[in-house]
Design a protein. Structure first.
Length: 136
């Protein structure tokens, strides 16, 4: 399948900018995300930590929550930026998967060097609403 055309560098730049907003006083591991909706809008997110450590919200999930709460549910791509191009955590993979296996994921470092993958490759053989429907 042909990869959708969109400005990958622009999305990565937005994730880098969103990372500046990260609230990560406990881990000091700052993460930024930028999620491109099919409407063309971009929703950014950053990690938001808490003194109760397990309550930290990841950047990717912050971006998804922002988009869905603005009425957007179909996505083209998500860029995520960390210092060292860290890969999205398992929880974020599952949350992205809810909205499609074909979402492109750009994983970048703080300089904007990125690699391209997709949700289906990050989370193969995933559980989804289809599994719930088939059980009904
Ligand atoms: N983090 C993210 O924001 N996204 C990920 O995919 C991995 C981890 C955040 C959570 C926490 O604030 C910090 O990075 C260290 O785990």
């Amino acid at each position: 399948m042909k990869s959708p055309e969109f400005d990958r560098e622009k999305l990565v730049r937005q994730a880098i900018a969103a990372r500046e907003k990260a609230y990560a006083p406990y881990s000091n591991y700052r993460v930024g995300a930028a999620l491109l909706g099919k409407s063309g809008r971009i929703y950014t997110g950053c990690n938001v930590e808490n003194a109760v450590y397990p309550l930290a919200i990841c950047a990717e999930r912050a971006a998804v929550a922002k988009a869905v709460s603005e009425g957007e549910r179909e996505f083209v791509a998500l860029a995520v930026t960390t210092e060292n191009a860290g890969s999205p955590c398992g929880s974020c993979r599952q949350v992205m998967r809810e909205f499609g296996e074909d979402i492109i994921v750009l994983i970048s470092d703080a300089e904007g060097n990125y690699r391209e993958t997709m949700v289906a490759d990050l989370l193969p053989d995933s559980f989804s609403k289809k599994d719930l429907e088939e059980a009904e």
